[in-house]
Design a protein around this ligand. Structure first.
Ligand code: ZN
Length: 166
């Protein structure tokens, strides 16, 4: 059985006991989180959040990409979130390579070039990366100053968050 088949089977039992069908669309706790996709981060339990509480926007690195900004703007203006959090983490895979090396390797092995993605956003300094993501959100002209934007590093060995200040 493939993992896909396994998870479909798991969903059948999940749906059998499902009792959250009453939840409204806007996040109850008015929070949006941008976090790395790393499999060791289970964002809701890490933050004491329940289904329906927050928007969780995830990608490789927890990067404020054009698409993450798109989601944050929709989250705030259309669905009422009032606070933003960015979470990067220790031992992130994005610390292990450089954009140009990956691009060269992909071009070499595929014998083609590609216009997208324009960037992979690998980084070498975790704290600095978090600061850059905070700044990208805060400086966006469509993100109002009334929305606090805070950034954190999650320690994958301890489960603890520590704040990164600008
Ligand atoms: Zn990561």
């Amino acid at each position: 059985m493939t993992t896909t088949e396994e998870v479909l089977r798991a969903n059948e039992s999940y749906a059998r006991d499902f009792a959250l069908g009453y939840l409204p669309m806007p996040p109850a706790r008015k929070l949006a989180v941008v976090a790395c996709m790393d499999a060791r981060l289970t964002v809701e339990p890490m933050l004491g959040l329940k289904t329906g509480d927050a928007h969780i926007i995830r990608n490789a690195g927890g990067i404020v990409t054009e698409d993450a900004i798109r989601s944050l703007i929709i989250s705030h203006y259309l669905l009422g979130t009032q606070e933003f959090i960015i979470i990067n983490h220790t031992d992130c895979g994005m610390l292990t390579f450089k954009d140009e090396d990956l691009v060269s390797e992909l071009q070499r092995s595929s014998h083609t070039t590609a216009v997208a993605p324009a960037h992979f956003y690998a980084f070498s300094n975790l704290e600095e990366n978090v600061r850059q993501q905070i700044q990208k959100v805060k400086s966006h002209t469509w993100v109002p100053n009334t929305v606090p934007v805070r950034g954190f590093i999650y320690d994958v060995t301890s489960g603890k968050l520590s704040e990164v200040t600008l």
